[in-house]
Design a protein. Structure first.
Length: 715
């Protein structure tokens, strides 16, 4: 009884396992015809405009039809005679962090906002990545007033001097207000409403009566924004449907403009999954000055912005017609010369409607000529080659596309496109310095055992055309990146699996980056922040290595101080662990919740404490035990080049509160979300209130209740 008889219905007996296994390969040969084009290479980068709406629709339709990619299901069958042959799913990229968690001036150690101050008082600003590139946030201050997003509105609060503190205005916004910018006497509100991204610019020269000066909305989802000088740059995305394109509109105060097809820029090859990516630039001081560019892309995942460039990244999506590759890489090399010649003849000299049926007939004829043992040997041979092909396909599909868009004083021009292997964690995995772009990525995946893990980590350096000129590859096999930071001519990576390696990289020569040294300690850092030229602060989790298995149990929140003065031998010189397993901090996943200023030796961030009752465990607390929620607020530290000293902690939750009531409300309005300072006063913000404490001893000065109702008029 031959395998082919089971395969094509001549008999119903023999191994169904072998049948299905071999059919998995042959199934590729009966797929519908598909194009096999990938996203264009660098020599195809000239952006084009569509001639008409019909031209745009046909272009999108072609990309949609290419999106019908073959997906491999999970197949694992035991073959007669022993052994397991398996095909696994296509990769989905490295796992997300278990804890949700620079430019030409990137080397500056304390990045500060470019907010134009109305006050000369010393004060904190939003923690940003690149000096001169402000990032939106829910709380801003200008040295005299705090501007806070709470309850769907912006509350303006006079806070300095503290004895005169009061709410001066309450601006309600129609929609989901996400973030704000402050630029002198202008306030910019950003968010979305009913499928539109909105940008509202207010004149706040009168702090008791903000006046709406410009209201701009764009069809699409708000992605992110930055402010450089007086200009705010906003990125919005809108999914394109092949059956109804729904070209986005822009709504300007009381009028509407439709974006025409002939202003949408695109590449030569249709995207597999199309998005309209809209980039708006608005002058906050003269908001009638604004510009836009619209691109047809495959969407956006991460954003990095320098003083002169916007870098948008997304996962590369390609279509591969595997029938061709199975023919050339799997079947032909596995067949003897006479059988391969027959197969090639039927493939090359048959019309498309019958060529694949003739290919299958040739395979049937060859298998019918073999005995059962030879059939199994042949199947194992093609499966080995098929597995190698799949690994190669995975490498080709696991890539990140990078778009560089140049910006200058509100002008927007497309710069370049490039790609790198792997996926990107967040904005801190990218940086620009000296005209080069750096990016850290992870390829492969993490498995339950180290032997099954294929993850590797890489750093690529690209020129202004986004061509790779330098690379460091295959760092920390079996682990993935948890945090990254590029600072001047140095780079730092934290990878993790069971212990925390901190990697120090020399990036002075873009074409020849070098690995200098690493430190392996328990725990990991989700965010790295410069203290000075020789020290780094890390915030993440403490861990306890599992006694069995290649993993560790997360414990409390950990801050660490690293000495990197000896680049080849970095050291952890201080650490502080807060709480037990279950303890969390917003700063692990949002750097804007992290307040640090070296001039005041001040470090503060919000923490939600979980505590384990050790009396519940007679034989010791197991590492996987999780604590109960018992406190939330800001931890305040004095930090020097020698380490951390806890100054105290500040909570907005009433004493004697039953914390079990908060277990299901992690975003409770009494939870501290940000900390700022003005002169010698520390201000902590929750959606309910702003509390004021003396910096020197954290003595409470007072608090201001924030309005939670929508009683103010919508502006």
């Amino acid at each position: 009884m031959k395998v082919t008889k089971a395969l094509f219905g001549k008999s119903a007996f023999y191994s169904a396992a072998v049948l299905l296994l071999f059919s998995a390969v042959l199934a590729i040969l009966v797929l519908p015809e598909m194009n096999s084009r990938e996203i264009q290479t660098q020599d195809q980068l000239e952006l084009e405009k569509f001639d008409s709406y019909c031209d745009l629709k046909d272009f999108v339709k072609e990309g949609f039809e290419r999106s019908q990619t073959f997906q491999f299901g999970f197949l694992s069958y035991r073959v007669p005679g022993g052994g397991i042959l398996a095909m696994t799913n296509m990769p989905t990229g490295p796992a997300k962090p278990a804890v949700l968690g620079s430019s030409s001036v990137e080397g500056k150690l304390e990045a500060t906002s470019m907010t134009s101050d109305v006050s000369s008082n010393e004060h904190s600003t939003t923690n940003i990545q690149v000096e001169g590139v402000d990032e939106p946030d829910i709380v801003k201050n200008d040295g005299e007033y705090i501007y806070a997003v709470t309850g769907g509105k912006v509350v303006i609060v006079k806070v300095y001097p503290s004895e005169n503190s009061r709410v001066t205005d309450n601006i309600s916004v129609n929609g989901n207000l996400r973030n704000i910018f402050i630029n002198g006497d202008r306030l910019v509100g950003l968010g979305w409403n009913e499928g539109r991204t909105f940008i509202k610019i207010y004149d706040i020269s009168d702090k008791e009566d903000a006046v709406l000066r410009k209201d701009i909305s764009i069809d699409g989802n708000y992605f992110d924004s930055r402010m450089i000088g007086n200009h705010v740059y906003v990125i919005a995305n809108r999914h394109v449907r092949s059956e109804n394109l729904n070209l986005p509109k822009i709504y300007l105060d009381n009028r509407t403009e439709r974006i025409s097809a002939d202003e949408i820029r695109h590449f030569a090859t249709p995207p597999v999954s199309s998005r309209f990516t809209v980039v708006l630039a608005i002058n906050t001081q003269t908001p009638e000055e604004w510009s836009r560019k619209v691109y047809l892309t495959e969407g956006t995942q991460n954003l990095y912005v320098s003083l002169n460039n916007i870098y948008i990244t997304g996962r590369k999506k390609i279509n591969i017609d595997l029938r061709e590759e199975v023919m050339n890489e799997v079947l032909i090399p596995s067949l003897p010369p006479d059988a391969s010649m027959e197969l090639l003849y039927n493939y090359n000299f048959s019309n498309s409607s019958v060529k694949w049926s003739k290919v299958r007939m040739s395979l049937n004829d060859y298998l019918d000529s073999l005995g059962e043992k030879e059939q199994l040997q042949f199947i194992r041979k093609i499966q080995d080659r098929y597995a190698s092909l799949l690994e190669e396909v995975k490498k080709r599909m696991e890539k990140t596309i990078i778009h560089r868009i140049s910006i200058e004083n509100g002008n927007i021009e497309y710069g370049a496109q490039g790609e790198v292997p792997g996926t990107v964690l967040n904005q801190f995995s990218m940086g620009e310095y000296g005209g080069y772009f750096r990016i850290a990525t992870t390829t492969g995946h993490i498995a339950r055992t180290f032997e099954g893990a294929t993850a590797k980590n890489h750093v690529y350096i690209l020129d202004k055309d986004l061509e790779i000129v330098g690379r460091l590859e295959d760092l920390a096999p079996g682990e993935r990146i948890y945090s990254a930071r590029f600072m001047g001519e140095k780079g730092y990576l934290v990878t993790f699996r069971k212990v925390d390696p901190l990697f120090v990289l020399d990036l002075e020569n873009p074409e020849h980056p070098q690995f200098l040294g690493k430190l392996k300690i328990p725990g990991y850092s989700d965010y790295l922040h410069p203290y000075d030229e020789n020290h780094l602060i890390g915030i993440g989790k403490s861990t306890v290595a599992a006694e069995q298995g290649d993993f560790a149990w997360y414990q409390g929140v950990k801050i660490a101080l690293f000495d990197v003065s000896d680049l080849g031998n970095p050291q952890q010189i201080s650490k502080f662990v807060i709480g037990d397993r279950g303890t969390e901090s917003l700063a692990l996943r949002n750097h804007k919740a992290f307040l640090f200023t070296k001039s005041k030796n001040l470090l503060a961030f919000p923490v939600r404490i979980a505590k384990i009752d050790e009396n519940e465990y007679s034989s010791g607390v197991p590492p996987n035990a999780r604590g109960d929620f018992e406190w939330q607020g800001a931890y305040v530290f004095k930090v020097t080049s020698e380490g951390f000293e806890l100054e105290g902690r500040i909570s907005h939750i009433e004493e004697n509160t039953n914390f079990s009531e908060f277990v299901h409300y992690p975003s409770n309005s009494s939870f501290v979300k940000r900390a700022h300072y003005i002169e010698n006063v520390l201000y902590t913000f929750s959606p309910d209130k702003i509390k004021m404490n003396e910096l020197k001893d954290l003595k409470e000065i007072g608090e201001i209740d924030l309005p939670n109702s929508l009683s103010s008029k919508i502006r």
